[in-house]
Every structure is written in C-alpha cells, then in structure tokens.
Ligand binder design. Structure first.
Ligand code: ATP
Ligand code: MG
Length: 563
C-alpha cells in the first residue's frame, strides 16, 4: 500500500486484539481470512470505505486474505451497474481482492442443499402464512410470538412443497421456507425467520434459473462459511443476528467463522443510507451517484479527494463498539492535509473585477516567477504573465471599506502576488452605480512584491492577466444538508426538507492563469487564497470545469481546540 502513513505503526483496537488472541491460540500457521460483502444495490459510500479499509487492512497486516463478495440475494434491487461501480471504487481506494471475487448467487445451489438438510432434520418448514400474518404471529419485544399453523408439517410434505416452490409451481408471496427455532425467544431474529421467499424475478447473474431466493440472513453466514472466512466483521446491527447465524452453522455442522461487530461510521451533514442516497439520485436532488456533494466514494473522487486522504481518515477514526457521528470537518482536515502536500498553487479569480494599470505600457508584458508548491520545493517554479489589464477578485475591493478591511480601496496600496505594489486611483461605474473597472498605478521598483524602501502593505491579492487568462466554470460545493443530523425530524418532516439550497453554486466566468490551459480531469490545484479545486470529469477541450474540493480554512483546528 502506498503512502499510508499508518503503515509503520502497529494498530491496536478491540478487533485486532481478538485476532491476535485467536492467532496465538490457534498457532501461527493459521491464516486470517476476511471479506468485504457489499450488497450491489447502490454505490459505495464513505461508511463502506471504513469497512473496506478494515477488512483489507487486517488481511494486509496479518498476512492473510480478504475476499470481495457481492451479497446479491435480492434480485429486485440489484444491478450490474452497481457491481461495476463497487469494483472500481475498491480498486481506486487502493485494495486488491486478487482472484477472490465471489457472489452469494454462486452459492444458490449450495444454499438450497443446505436448506434441504435443515428440512430433513426437522429444522425448517414451509409456511403458507402471508407477510402480514407472519409479522403478526412474530409478536413483539414484549410479547412472545405464536407458532404458525404450518409449523408441524411432516418432513416429506416440507420437502415436496419446497421443491415445488423451486420449480415455480407457486406465485410470489404464497409460501416461504422458515427455520424452526423458537417463537418465544426474546430475540426476534430467532422466531422462525424466513430463509426463502418466492420471487419470479430475473437475477443479474443467475437469470431466470431461480424463482426462490435466499434471505440475507440465510445466505450471509453460510456464504462466509463456504469461503472459509475466519473473521466475519460486520456492523453493530448484526449483533442480534449472530445467534441466528450461529444456529444455522451449528445445525449444518460446517466451518464457523467468528463474527465481530463494530460501530458504523456516521458523518455530520450527510446521510449514509443507500436507500436515501438512491432517492436523492432518482428524484434528481443531486446529479447522480458521483455528484461531488454525495458521501459516495465516486462523489468524493470526482470532488478531488484522494484515496490516501480517505484511508488516513478511516484509520484515524478508529473502531468502536458504540455508535457515534464523526464531524465532517474532521474528514475535510485529512483532505486538506493531503492536498497541502500535493497540490500545485495557481492563481484564479472566481468573480473577476477588471483593473487597468495606468502607468504600465500598453503592449508590454512580463513573465514573473512563481513557486509551484511551498510545501514541496521539488515542484519547481513557473512563469506567470503580467500586463496592463488584470483581473482581481470583486471581494478584494471596497470603495468605502470598514476599519478592518485591508484589501484594495481608493488610495490604498496593496501587493499583487509575485508582481508589484499597486494603488487604486479611480473607480469607474455604470449609470446604476455598479463598479465596472478600477484604475490603478503600479510602482516598478516593487517587482517581485517587495519595496526597496522597506514600506509595507497590509494585504496581498491574487490576480490574473486579462489578455492571457483562460475562462472556466467553477462549481462551489458546500454541505449537502443544513442540519448536522439531517435525520432528526419533527412530525411530518422528511430528510429531504433538510437539503441545503446552497450546496451547489455555479460560477461561469472565472479567469485562470494560462498555466491551467491543459489540465486533465482529476487534477487538483490550490487556487491561492481560495481553496483546493479539482478538474471535473466533464471538462473538454472547449470547456474547463473545476469543482471546489475544499476551502482553505481548517474548521477542525477550531473545533478540536474547544473539545
Ligand atoms: P445501507 O444500510 O446504507 O443500505 P448496508 O450496510 O446495507 O448499507 P452493504 O452493502 O450491506 O450496505 O454493506 C457492505 C459492508 O459495509 C457491510 O459489511 C456493512 O457492515 C459495511 N458498512 C455499511 N455501511 C457502513 C458504515 N456506515 N460504516 C461502516 N461500515 C459500513
Ligand atoms: Mg446490508
């Protein structure tokens, strides 16, 4: 793994402790074997990245293996598009499953045989109750369940009905196969859970071969067992499913992986449920799964986050047994830390204000030297053209400045980065009083940005030469939701009511230094004083589009001081 800053230090957390103990107990010849088991019903998000870094990371650290397994048991919601995106995202994050790409659907035959074993042992039965009845019979946390009237069918009848279900003799929803466990168990998962349902639906891999499909609960543990997974790591909501998974494995007498649960990652100002993310995509609240505002890996990639930054973040948040929510600012802290080292500094003006240097010759142009990255002097220098007409940021000028405003205003002298001191001598307006352009004078003796007489200025502005500038579209992204927890809803509210109206602002006529003429999608630059900006994948030869990856201000530094 490249660049993972945590590579050299031995990590410690409750999962690694358990694994070390297991390895000690079982002797060092045991290889650990984990898996990452996504359901291909959506694109991966940053929560999945935590699970990927953990499962592949453990395999790396302990010299074991990690499988990629698609838990594709639900043909209604799954698509090959999702399979492809998941593979792309895992690779991009920097992990490799080798030739171990598996699908729960590869085990449909095996799972069917396992089901027959349970039926023959009197541990599973075909139930004709409908979905509502099953729910009603299940009882609640405070009341015990009621046994299904079909629970005591003979083994022969169960075998016949189950085979007929598989052969397609019955319509959707008419029958299910259930495990025969305990309707009075305090754990609802143990109250005769469903193993198979009838679904006459085409599957993305098995086509029309099957019309009964295993439930996730029936498929998951057995799939882990079939793959000889040693440590089956999952999120906390599966803690209550563990007794069921143990029960299946014990009844079948097959390899028993050890399941360990950890708390899922939650982030402020976003949602992490695939169902909700899908809704945002389908109802066009965002522009697709890879919209840079999405917490998806593809969205973050498009926004300019690097795999190293995401891995460092996942490593630093650590593992816990209790749910918590991580501050979005903490993630952005890692993005900045990473880009600070890598991104070349350039000058770009988002909202241009034209200035004319009255005492600069009309046709003259100069090449001024600029440092590409003060954090990485190997990145070298470049030339920036300077000429009589320039653009500066509209925000950097005020005609009637308040006390604390040190940037340009009439009569005030400021520095243009890498260039000269200039002073504003005149403000030109249209008939409505809008500022059209400024007239300035420059001091030729301040070339490079310092005055030989030692006089100081209070601010340094970025700028671009008008004649040399290239024009670009810049998309400014902000938090997707206005509330820290968009799911904290009052009666009648929907999470979408908390979407931020300002999460995307497009500016069309930005002026950039000519160095950026030949940028390629995915490259990230620091626009001095403004933030980090990534070249969007929609960029063409005709049109350059930048996404703002993140601003320069590290909110985390502020927050962590108050903690
Ligand atoms: P969702 O609840 O958003 O639909 P999911 O958990 O059903 O997601 P899966 O495709 O089943 O999504 O997840 C694959 C793996 O990623 C599982 O092992 C799951 O535990 C893990 N995972 C999913 N979300 C998170 C998260 N927020 N933090 C950590 N791990 C996660
Ligand atoms: Mg799931």
């Amino acid at each position: 793994m490249d660049n993972n800053k945590d590579n050299n230090k031995e990590k410690s957390d409750f999962i690694r402790e358990i694994i070390r103990e297991d390895l000690e107990r079982n002797g060092s010849n045991q290889e650990i074997h984990t898996r990452f088991p996504p359901e291909p019903n959506g694109y991966l998000h940053i929560g999945h990245a935590k699970s990927i870094c953990l499962n592949f990371g453990l395999a790396d650290e302990f010299g074991g293996k990690c499988n990629l397994r698609f838990d594709d048991t639900n043909p209604v919601k799954e698509e090959s598009e999702y399979v492809e995106s998941i593979k792309k995202d895992i690779k991009w994050l920097g992990f490799d499953w080798g030739d171990r790409e598996y699908y729960a659907s590869d085990y449909f035959e095996k799972l069917y045989e396992f089901a027959l074993i349970l039926i023959k042992k009197g541990k599973a039965y075909v139930c004709d109750l409908n979905a509502d009845e099953i729910r009603e019979y299940r009882g609640t946390l405070t009341t015990p369940g009621k046994e299904s009237p079909y629970r005591n069918r003979s083994i022969e009848e169960n075998l016949r009905l189950f085979k007929e279900m598989k052969e397609g003799k019955y319509p959707d929803g008419s029958r299910v196969l259930r495990a025969k466990i305990d309707m009075s168990s305090p754990n609802l998962n143990m109250r005769d859970p469903i193993m198979y349902r009838i679904l006459h639906k085409r599957h993305h891999r098995t086509g029309n071969k099957w019309c009964i499909y295993p439930t996730y609960d029936w498929a998951h543990g057995q799939s882990d067992s079939i793959e000889n997974i040693t440590h089956s790591i999952c999120t906390l909501e599966f803690e209550d499913h563990r007794p069921l998974y143990d029960w299946f494995i014990e009844q079948l007498g097959i390899h028993h992986p050890r399941q360990i649960e950890f708390a899922r990652l939650n982030l402020t100002y976003t949602v992490m449920s695939k169902r909700m993310l899908l809704e945002l995509v389908e109802k066009k609240y965002v522009n697709g799964w890879d919209d840079p505002r999405m917490p998806t890996i593809s969205g973050m990639r498009r926004r300019g986050y690097s795999p190293e930054a995401i891995r460092n973040f996942c490593s630093e948040i650590g593992l816990a047994k209790a749910e918590s929510t991580i501050d979005l600012a903490f993630l952005e802290h890692f993005i900045r830390e990473d880009l600070n080292k890598k991104a070349a500094r350039v000058m770009g003006v988002l909202n241009p204000l034209k200035i004319i240097i009255d005492n600069y010759p009309d046709d003259k142009q100069e090449e001024l030297e600029a440092i590409n990255n003060p954090e990485d002097l190997n990145a070298g220098t470049r030339k920036i053209p300077f000429s009589k007409v320039l653009y500066i940021e509209q925000d950097d000028f005020m005609e009637n400045p308040p006390n604390k405003f040190y940037r340009l205003s009439p009569g005030r002298e400021v520095r243009l980065r890498y260039a000269y001191f200039i002073k504003c001598v005149d403000v030109i307006k249209d008939k409505n009083g809008n500022i059209l352009e400024l007239h300035c004078v420059y001091d030729p003796s301040t070339k490079g940005g310092n005055a030989p007489d030692g006089r100081k200025v209070k601010s340094t502005l970025h700028w671009v030469s008008a004649r040399h500038a290239i024009t670009a579209e810049v998309r400014l992204y902000d938090k997707l939701f206005i509330k820290e927890n968009p799911l904290k809803l009052k009666d009648g509210e929907d999470f979408k009511d908390n979407l931020s109206p300002n999460s995307l602002v497009v500016i069309n006529n930005c002026k950039l230094e000519p160095y950026l003429k030949k940028v390629k999608p995915g490259e990230v630059y620091q626009f001095e004083r403004l933030g980090y900006f990534c070249v969007d994948t929609d960029t063409t030869n005709e049109k350059i589009i930048f996404n703002r990856t993140v601003t320069l201000k590290d909110e985390w530094a502020k927050i962590s001081k108050t903690l």
